[in-house]
Design a protein around this ligand. Sequence first.
Ligand code: OAD
Length: 254
Amino acid sequence: MSHTRTSELNAVAQAGEWLAGAQSVVALTGAGVSAESGLPTFRGAGGLWRNRRPETLATPEAFAADPKTVWEWYDWRRSVHAGCSPNPGHHALAELERAKLEFWLVTQNVDGLHEQAGSRRILKLHGDLWKVRCLTCGREERDTRVPIDPLPPYCSCGGMLRPAVVWFGESLSEETLRAAFDAAARADLVLVLGTSSVVYPAAALPRVALERGARVIEINLEPTELSGVAHLSLRGKTGELLPEIVRRAFGGAP
Ligand code: OAD
């Protein structure tokens, strides 16, 4: 067995041991967790749409200037997401929630795959791709039409609907954010999964936990801004490593 393989197994075993012993766990997820379900991440290859970066589409200014184009991007994302299912990483997180008394899943993802896998204690920092909000009356409701036609869609009050997601330059829900930071401050273990850890305030959560003495375990295909300060930084796919870590912590097949 190669040295790399041995140290990888040791790291997985260590992560399993820490997870088994933790009282209060927070998992922070990003687009990488859904990559194995076939969804493109934001910053990797395949993250672009019609050669445009998400940062130029996911803004209130872009929507005000050209709601149809921004809606076309969301409609495209909804159609891609609609054909995807949760992967073993999502299922392992649902299993983890069932195994721990104190657990919060804080996600930056808007795809709905965590709920589909059975997770319930979810704090959605960036909103929900399957909800729309009226710009006039403010009503928010679930909308699972794929495709939406015509675009942009309108509310029954006559106002224009927008995706109920957080755009660049907008504030996150204060209530959700407070709950996420409270959970991170209470946690003795934080798992940081499939996120580039560059978008704040989400990226601050593991750092708050670190300051409070929590252990931080990262799983990512590549090194990130967090890798240097995490107690363990595992290189690999969440859909492969996480089920193994959960299995080691709680036994059985997740
Ligand atoms: P990114 O696209 O920035 O990062 C995805 C990360 O997942 C990268 O670090 C990859 O290396 C890693 N990755 C990819 N496949 C993986 C796998 N199978 N297993 C483990 N890691 C994998 O996505 P986020 O960090 O989620 O915000 O981006 C944060 C926010 O920026 C998003 O929520 C979105 C975006 O703009 C808003 O829309 C407000």
